[in-house]
Design a protein around this ligand. Structure first.
Ligand SMILES: *[C@@H]1O[C@H](CO)[C@@H](O)[C@H](O)[C@H]1NC(C)=O
Ligand SMILES: *[C@@H]1O[C@H](CO)[C@@H](O)[C@H](O)[C@H]1NC(C)=O
Length: 366
């Protein structure tokens, strides 16, 4: 008995030592985030815009219990990815605390309200459109190079993980924002989708040209099923068909474009994360994931708590973990955890050509 225990004990110590040395031998990788409100960690707090999440009850379940600018009751998708990789959460690029050694952790450039197109989100006034996010990434690289040298900066960016989340706002806050919107008069839906995908391709190519070599790309979720759309358009809780049609056209074409881009650069740089399917799993069967509903937002008002914004005066559910949607558009922390679990371990149906666990394993061997 004792011998057995001793053997187990030494074995545990030995594996701890091995684990510890492999951690210290391997510098932690940096993490860069681009995109919209699904991944904004607080940049918009520093801007004159109406797209913000800096008042309660946002952040009610965040470690500090404060609203931080994340569109969540607690942690966001990028926070949860950082957590899984054993990294500190990345700071918003506009946060003045992002200096010195903090630069090595990476940065979050995302800004709520933006889209693939420059005109998406114009109604939110001053937000950081995607080309501006990339320009700031350039400034970041110069600051990093001043700190650790040009070669070190280039290596850090090449070895980093990148997440980019775009597309939803190009539909809900542009094409479908109002009836007869400028874009819907200019393009049929199939032509608009093709245009968006070709513009997204240019953005991804730019990320590559700026040094990104492991880039997780998400398309849109099931836009027709979010409480905001149910509140505005749904009689019996059925998802809006037109927005679902848009998502079901956009996401497969995004996947094809990403495969083409990987062929062009000759490596599996870009990974398509199927946000649509990840959300649909708990939308079609919320109980299986521990939710009481996927139709009603935790925070909001009107039908499905889907009308207007989540504010201090809104209805608020007592237990956020029981709701798939925190506010009319954004998943709860609990739902974001389910999504991040698929990013880490999902099959090729969710993560194509490979999941984040595989990426980490491959990169630790080089
Ligand atoms: C959007 O703006 C950037 C520069 O700000 C420009 O390079 C790009 O071509 C614009 N995109 C379109 C589709 O006009
Ligand atoms: C995803 O990750 C798991 C490990 O968690 C692995 O077993 C599985 O094969 C991976 N799937 C793909 C398609 O890479």
């Amino acid at each position: 008995m004792a011998g057995c225990w001793t053997f187990g004990y030494y074995w545990a110590i030995a594996s701890l030592v091995v684990a510890a040395s492999s951690v210290s031998a391997q510098p932690k990788r940096a993490f860069f985030v681009f995109g919209d409100s699904l991944v904004d960690n607080g940049n918009n707090n520093f801007l004159a815009t109406t797209a913000r999440a800096d008042a309660p009850p946002y952040g009610i379940d965040y470690p500090t219990r404060r609203a931080t600018g994340r569109f969540s009751n607690g942690l966001s998708i990028p926070d949860l990815i950082s957590e899984q990789l054993g990294l500190e959460p990345t700071l918003p690029y506009l946060n003045p605390e992002l200096t010195g050694k903090k630069l090595l952790v990476g940065a979050n450039f995302a800004s709520a309200g933006i889209g693939i197109l420059n005109d998406t989100g114009f109604q939110f006034l001053h937000i950081i459109h995607i080309y501006k996010q990339l320009k700031l990434f350039g400034h970041y690289q110069q600051r990093l190079a001043a700190h650790i040298g040009a070669e070190g900066a280039r290596r850090l960016v090449n070895q980093a993980l990148v997440l980019i989340t775009l597309g939803g706002n190009d539909f809900v806050n542009n094409y479908y924002l109002v009836p007869y919107s400028a874009r819907s008069r200019q393009f049929s839906l199939p032509d608009y989708v093709r245009y968006l995908v070709s513009e997204y391709r240019k953005i991804l190519r730019r990320v590559y040209d700026m040094g990104g070599r492991r880039v997780i790309v998400t398309g849109t979720g099931p836009m027709g099923c979010v409480p905001a759309e149910l509140g505005m358009r749904s009689r019996n809780g059925e998802c809006d068909e037109e927005l679902q049609r848009a998502a079901s056209m956009f996401n497969p074409q995004l996947g094809t474009m990403i495969s083409g881009l990987n062929q062009e650069v000759g490596a599996d740089v870009f990974v398509a994360a199927n946000a649509y399917q990840m959300h649909m799993d708990f939308i079609t069967n919320p109980q299986a994931y521990g939710f009481v509903t996927s139709k009603v937002a935790c925070c909001g008002q009107g039908p499905y708590n889907g009308i207007g914004l989540c504010t201090p005066l809104s209805n608020l559910c007592p237990n956020r973990d029981l709701y798939a949607f925190w506010d009319p558009f954004h998943p709860s922390e609990k739902a974001s955890r389910i999504i991040v679990q698929q990013i880490l371990q999902g099959s090729t149906q969710y993560m194509h050509p490979m999941n984040l666990t595989t990426i980490m394993a491959l990169d630790s061997m080089t």
